[in-house]
Design a protein around this ligand. Structure first.
Ligand code: SF4
Length: 211
């Protein structure tokens, strides 16, 4: 147990010091992260649920608190948990696909998670958390990593296919979710089965594994 805590503590420190996207970006100088990296992730030795998100937005970058925004409010509603429970590291590990705010594109939208992050850190993070019993894969990047070739062509098809990942015979069960951003409000309206059928299952899982 002590060994595990030390492993997690060392990993947290290594990630906190990471400056790859500023100092050695994969695509070269023109793709350098334009601000000081601030990795935001909750790596837990006790939580049974992993929230695998996308990447921090500006507000999360500034506060250092994952999902400290309107998307987080919607996600907490989906999980049916309050802020105290959500930020209890014994209940939820929160590890996005990119740990640092990636900046904005020309249209002012958040850029995708940095390409450098998951290949560098994700295997180590998953190895440090063997107790995880359910992965909530939020959005296409987390679904792509955690489902691999099992992922369907589109995010909608992947979420619709949730039973085959949630009840798979091997590996850690995965529940694919859309991103809880306001940008997906139209998607939620168009896909009422998500709130009617999938959310009750998600809430049962949270109740069983986190409380
Ligand atoms: S996004 Fe990941 S790889 Fe890039 S600097 Fe931050 S922690 Fe390092």
């Amino acid at each position: 147990m002590l060994e595990k805590q030390e492993q997690i503590s060392t990993l947290r420190q290594d990630i906190a010091r990471c400056r790859i996207c500023r100092d050695a970006p994969l695509k070269g100088d023109t793709d350098r992260l334009p601000h000081e990296p601030r990795p935001v992730a909750v790596i837990s030795g006790a939580a049974k649920i992993l929230i695998a998100g996308q990447a921090p937005g500006l507000r999360v970058h500034e506060s250092g608190l994952p999902f400290n925004d309107a998307s987080g409010n919607r996600l907490r509603d989906w999980l049916n948990v309050d802020r105290d429970s959500f930020y209890d590291a014994d209940k939820f590990a929160i590890v996005p696909m990119g740990f640092c705010f990636p900046g904005y594109d020309a249209k002012g939208s958040d850029l995708p998670p940095r390409l450098e992050c998951a290949p560098r850190w994700r295997d180590s993070v998953m190895q440090a958390m063997p107790q995880i019993e359910l992965i909530l894969a939020i959005g296409q990047y987390a679904q792509s990593w955690h489902l691999g070739q099992r992922r369907m062509k589109t995010m909608t098809e992947t979420v619709q296919n949730w039973r085959s990942y949630r009840y798979a015979n091997s590996g850690v069960p995965v529940l694919p979710l859309p991103h809880p951003s306001w940008r997906n409000s139209a998607w939620l309206k168009k896909n009422p089965w998500f709130e009617d059928i999938l959310l009750p299952i998600l809430r049962q899982d949270v109740e069983r594994l986190a409380f």
